[in-house]
Write a protein that binds this ligand. Structure first.
Ligand SMILES: *[C@@H]1O[C@H](CO)[C@@H](O)[C@H](O)[C@H]1NC(C)=O
Ligand SMILES: *[C@@H]1O[C@H](CO)[C@@H](O)[C@H](O)[C@H]1NC(C)=O
Ligand SMILES: *[C@@H]1O[C@H](CO)[C@@H](O)[C@H](O)[C@H]1NC(C)=O
Ligand SMILES: *[C@@H]1O[C@H](CO)[C@@H](O)[C@H](O)[C@H]1NC(C)=O
Ligand SMILES: *[C@@H]1O[C@H](CO)[C@@H](O)[C@H](O)[C@H]1NC(C)=O
Ligand SMILES: *[C@@H]1O[C@H](CO)[C@@H](O)[C@H](O)[C@H]1NC(C)=O
Ligand SMILES: *[C@@H]1O[C@H](CO)[C@@H](O)[C@H](O)[C@H]1NC(C)=O
Ligand SMILES: *[C@@H]1O[C@H](CO)[C@@H](O)[C@H](O)[C@H]1NC(C)=O
Length: 496
């Protein structure tokens, strides 16, 4: 039997009735403890928030008793050889995990909760006198600190990044609230920091200024590339620097091969080559890394709707074979340009026709390519939806976000300008321009959450956007960058 136990977690249940003093104890202090087998220890997700005490104890019973007598303790581990006894607050299932330990005799104990222990919740304090699980607040029985009532028991409040429904779910003692993105965290996460541009609302043309930033891209070294509509240039900002380096365009707007004229969006490949949609020159230019001029790879240089031309381009992406996809906004189509091609192939939308059927687009903007699944995501701005097509498949698209009319509810979008898809979770981040917010739609979700910005509220404070036009994540997806066009700044926000 013992051998069997050694290889299975959660295997034996000991009923411990601990005598806190020599007197009879209240039934509220009795509980079940679950033990792991030997060779395991507890690994809390946040040591600082969950650690209560470390001591030496002579036996597992004594360590268990320490946990029992410490009102916030819900989990502990004990090693008989070193006599290490560590006690933690937090439920086993949500605040940490059992991991194998180098201490072969170490066991993890956790208090098993039962709704009968919380029967007195909300009742007069007479019913919870001496209870381990409930305490008297304002004359009624309430949960202990750092726990919340879920309708049957008091559960541990959640830590940074955990999903929540409302603020009671989150560790209020750490100043966490349930953020609009439905994760526990400090409200300060809603404030962005300016990583490019003056940040005071003023446009400029110095190397630390921006003028009407629109498209963004991330270099392989986490440097940030910004397309500036107002300065007709592309700036590159090395990580942590707000001093940009001009990497495409010249000091003035123009039609020369070394110039750009109101560039909108860009794509940067793994060799740091830049593909830039040169909006008012009706072309896409290729600027090789370090080059002082570009080569035209898409368009004629004049506004047009034939397949060799583009009207305004507000979306671009490039696959690993060098095929360029452009969202030709005024032509309501997405075209593919094979390397060296002088005409594009329509892969989504109908040439020159704005419509809302699955094979139509209306003023398409930002593109995002998931080459692994051959998915091309399209910000179908005029239809207030994000469409996804499978490259090589039908030009009929699937709506993956929005599509419920123009509006600000969590099921709706309002003029979504760009889309970025997480490489780790598949979640879709959308610059929901008309709602002044960035929303996130989980895979398959029928509604989104506001990650940053305040629904329907424009502004220039760190928490607001004047005009969020573009959104990207950094390479390890710890930061969200948002282009704030009218505030002439790019904001960064921490993801949790
Ligand atoms: C107790 O009641 C008072 C008055 O209603 C209220 O202000 C206070 O927040 C309550 N305390 C707690 C911990 O709920
Ligand atoms: C939080 O949500 C729970 C469950 O939906 C609900 O019972 C509780 O009243 C809510 N608390 C607040 C402060 O909204
Ligand atoms: C929470 O906020 C209060 C008031 O701003 C502050 O005094 C306290 O130190 C904060 N606690 C933590 C853990 O940050
Ligand atoms: C967010 O920024 C505003 C404006 O600078 C500031 O007043 C506020 O305290 C910040 N909020 C948090 C939670 O840090
Ligand atoms: C914004 O900052 C820039 C650079 O520091 C400065 O030149 C400009 O005058 C400031 N604008 C305002 C409105 O303060
Ligand atoms: C781009 O060019 C610079 C020199 O101009 C070089 O240092 C850098 O390695 C190049 N980057 C890539 C990704 O090739
Ligand atoms: C594509 O969509 C159009 C318009 O909704 C429809 O008529 C057509 O049958 C669809 N084609 C496919 C292959 O689903
Ligand atoms: C993510 O990448 C940044 C560099 O851009 C680095 O500073 C940070 O530590 C990384 N975070 C994680 C969790 O890997």
């Amino acid at each position: 039997m013992l051998i069997w136990f050694n290889y299975h977690l959660h295997i034996f249940l000991i009923y411990i009735s601990i005598r806190i003093s020599s007197e009879d104890i209240s039934s509220g202090w009795q509980s079940f403890i679950h033990f792991s087998s030997s060779g395991f220890e507890f690994s809390p997700i946040d040591m600082e928030a969950l650690f209560l005490q470390q001591t030496t104890a002579d036996s597992v019973e004594i360590c268990s008793q320490m946990c029992h007598t410490t009102v916030l303790c819900r989990t502990f581990d004990f090693d008989i050889v070193s006599r290490r006894c560590r006690i933690f607050q937090g439920d086993l299932d949500t605040t940490g995990s059992i991991i194998s330990s180098s201490l072969s005799q170490s066991v993890v104990g956790s208090i098993e909760l039962d709704s009968t222990q919380f029967d007195s919740f909300g009742k007069s304090c007479l019913f919870c006198q001496g209870s381990r699980y409930l305490k008297c607040i304002n004359s009624t029985c309430q949960c202990q600190s750092n726990t919340y009532f879920d309708g049957s028991i008091c559960r541990s409040q959640k830590l940074l990044g955990s999903q929540c429904i409302n603020e009671t779910d989150c560790r209020t003692d750490l100043n966490y609230t349930c953020l609009p993105r439905l994760q526990c965290g400090p409200l300060s996460l809603q404030n962005g920091s300016t990583v490019a541009g003056y940040g005071n609302g003023t446009a400029g043309s110095d190397n630390n200024a921006l003028n009407k930033p629109w498209g963004l891209a991330m270099g392989i070294d986490n440097s940030l590339y910004v397309c500036e509509y107002g300065n007709s240039r592309v700036m590159r900002f090395h990580e942590g620097s707000t001093l940009g380096i001009r990497v495409a365009g010249s000091a003035s707007a123009g039609t020369g091969s070394n110039q750009l004229y109101e560039p909108s969006v860009l794509y940067v490949d793994a060799s740091s080559n830049i593909y830039v949609a040169d909006d008012i020159n009706y072309r896409v230019m290729f600027w090789a890394n370090g080059s002082l001029s570009g080569t035209k790879v898409v368009g004629t240089g004049s506004y047009g709707s034939s397949l060799n031309a583009v009207a305004d381009v507000f979306g671009i992406t490039v696959d690993s074979h060098g095929n360029i996809y452009v969202a030709d906004t005024m032509n309501h189509r997405v075209t593919k340009w094979i390397p060296g091609a002088t005409v594009g192939i329509v892969v989504a939308g109908q040439n020159g026709i704005s419509g809302s059927q699955s094979n139509q687009l209306s003023y398409p903007g930002g593109l995002f390519l998931d080459e692994i699944h051959s998915y091309l995501y399209i910000a179908d701005a005029g239809n207030n939806r994000i469409q996804r097509i499978t490259l090589g498949g039908s030009t009929n698209a699937t709506t993956v976000a929005g599509g419920n009319g123009q509006g600000s509810s969590n099921m709706q979008l309002n003029n979504p300008r760009s889309v970025y898809v997480s490489k780790t979770t598949g979640a879709i981040y959308i610059a929901d321009e008309g709602n002044y917010r960035v929303t996130k739609w989980a895979v398959g979700a029928t509604k989104g959450v506001t990650v940053v910005g305040v629904d329907g509220q424009a502004g220039s404070s760190p928490m607001l956007f004047g005009d969020p036009t573009y959104v990207i994540l950094n390479l390890n997806e710890t930061l969200l960058y948002v282009s704030d066009y009218v505030n002439h700044r790019v904001q960064s926000f921490k993801l949790i």
